[in-house]
Design a protein around this ligand. Sequence first.
Ligand code: EZ4
Ligand code: CO
Length: 415
Amino acid sequence: MKIASAEVLVSSPGRNFVTLRITTDDGFVGLGDATLNGRELAVASYLRDHIAALLIGRDAHQIEDTWQYLYRGAYWRRGPVTMASIAAVDTALWDIKAKVAGLPLYQLLGGKSRVGCLAYGHASGVDLPELFDSIHEHLDQGYRAIRVQTGIPGLDSVYGVASSKNAGAGDSGVSARYDHEPARRSAVPVEESWDTRAYLRHAPTVFEAVRNEFGPELPLLHDSHHRLTPIQAAKLGKSLEPYDLFWLEDVTPAENQAALRRVREHTTTPLAIGEVFNTIWDYRELFEEQLIDYVRSPVTHAGGITALRRIFDYAAVYQIKSGVHGPTDISPVGLATALHLGIAIPNFGIQEYMKHSAATDELFRPTYSFDGGYLVPGDGPGLGVDYDDLVADAHPYEGAYLPVNRLLDGSMHDW
Ligand code: EZ4
Ligand code: CO
C-alpha cells in the first residue's frame, strides 16, 4: 500500500488550522493535525516544500521507518515546526493503518484501559463573581475538573481570561469564554501587561474564595504560563497548598529544566509542564529527577503518536501521568488523536478540553463525545474525524498572532 498523495490543507473556521491529508494508492485517507498557533504557514511550507514529495511511493504501513526517516533524515532536529510536521505525517499514517484494519485507532494501541478520558475545562472571569458564573456554567455542562484563571487588580488583560462578558458566546454556550489563544486576526500581536508581585498576592485569595464557594472535592487547575522565576514559582506553589490543586502548570519558562528542581524543593503542589516541548529529550531531567507530575505535550507538536507514546512510557517509569494540551488551537484531528492515545495508555492523567466552534466541528465532523465530564473517542475505523473541502473553502486562512507580554515598565516578558 503506497502513499499516492500528501495534501497540506490550511483553513480558518474561526481560527487557523493546518491539516495534512495522506491518500494511498488503494484509496485510504488519513488525517494529521499540524497547527502551530500564530506560525501556521511555517509548518505548511515545511510539509509542502520539504516533505510531501518524499512521501509519495513510500509504504504507508511503515510508520516507524517513516518517522525515523523524517527525524534523522532532516539532520536539523527538533523544534516545533519540524516536530509538528512529523506529527502530522505520523498521525495520518496511524489513521490509515486503523482504517485498513477496520478498527478505531485505540485498538491498535492496546485497546481501552478506561471508560473515558477525564476532561478539564477553562473557567475564567475578570473578577470573582464572573469567575463563579463561569465555573457554574462549566459544571452545568458536565465538567468534573476546572482550570481557574482570573483578572488581576491593576492589569487590563491577563492570559486565560475573557476580556469581556459574552466574548465568544455562541461558540460554546459559556458566557465569558476565553476562546483564544486568540491568535487574534491582526497585522501585529496584541500587547498585554504583567506584574508578577500583584499576581502572587492575588492568586491565593482567588483559590481560597473558590474553595469556600465550591467545596473541597472539585479538582482545580491553574496555568502560570511560563511567567515566574524559580523562587517565585516555589512561593506560589507553597501559597496554593491549602487549596489542594490538581496541578499548577508551566510555572517557569520551559527551557531551563533545572528550574523545576528549585520549585520542587519547596512545594508539594503537583506540577505540569511541556506544552511547548517537542521531544522526549526535553523531559529527561524532569522525569529522572521526578520534578513533575504531568506531561503536557500534545500529539500535534511532539512528533505524533509514535513519539508521544514513547514519552508516556518513559513517564510511567516515574509514576508521571499524561495531561495532554488541548486548547482550541489543537484541531479536532489533534484532539481525537489525544483521545485514542489517552484511553489506551496505563498512565492517563487528565485531558484539557475547550469546545471547538460550530464551524470547526462542521469542517472536521469529529465523532468523539463528551458526556458526564469524560471524553470518549469515536468507535468507527481510524481516528473518527473527517475534512470537508467545501466547508474549508468557505473559511480561507487569515493571518493571526498570539499576544505578546510586557512588564509595567515596558520590558518584554514571557507571554
Ligand atoms: O496558551 O495553546 O494550557 N493551555 C495553554 C494554551 C496556550 C495556547 C497557545 O497557542 O497554555 O492556552
Ligand atoms: Co498552558
